[in-house]
Design a protein around this ligand. Structure first.
Ligand code: ADP
Ligand code: MG
Length: 156
């Protein structure tokens, strides 16, 4: 896996927009198996914020909540643009591996599935060989409150 891109977002909104744009690219990919996005980063780094934007980019309207107390949330969706190969009904799995790691390997078989795993570093044994990895962090680790910039490093 190699580093593809390093971005800085200046607000939660920007992180959402970044993830939204990434989701639209993901929808255009042709794959034989599921696509998995792994998110790493401390509490408050912006993983769920990213997940919200990502879901919106897929065309999912439902409100996204932090699933830390829920192991997994499943959303059926239809690709928003007719030109995308993934035009049929697809399934988005939003997983949080912080406390317990659900065995999601079963869902990796179908190319109708898109999985986003928060705390993917805690679920390494279930990760496929190829996946999209994002590491989020606050680049200004000071005591200053209300800081809203985040570094996002993308590996694939
Ligand atoms: N640039 C940014 N990107 C993402 N979240 C940000 C950013 N700046 C501030 N925030 C805030 O940080 C918090 C991130 O929370 P959340 O996305 O739930 O993190 P995690 O899922 O990693 O614990 C939210 O309150 C969000 O509004
Ligand atoms: Mg979270």
């Amino acid at each position: 896996m190699k580093q593809i891109l390093k971005a800085i977002t200046k607000s939660a909104r920007e992180t959402e927009k970044f993830a939204e744009a990434f989701a639209r690219e993901v929808l255009r990919l042709k794959t034989k198996k599921a696509i998995l996005i792994g998110l790493e980063g401390e509490l408050g780094a912006g993983k769920t914020t990213f997940a919200k934007g990502f879901a919106r980019g897929l065309g999912i309207k439902e409100e996204m909540k932090s699933p830390t107390f829920i192991l997994m949330r499943v959303f059926r969706f239809r690709s928003p643009t007719s030109r995308t190969p993934r035009s049929r009904t697809s399934v988005f799995f939003h997983i949080d591996a912080y406390r317990d790691q659900i065995d999601f390997r079963e869902f990796l078989r179908s190319n109708k599935n898109i999985l986003l795993v928060e705390w993917s570093n805690k679920a390494k044994k279930f990760l496929p060989e190829n996946y999209f990895r994002f590491v989020l962090r606050d680049p200004t680790p000071t005591l200053r409150r209300g800081r809203t910039s985040r570094e996002i490093i993308f590996y694939a």
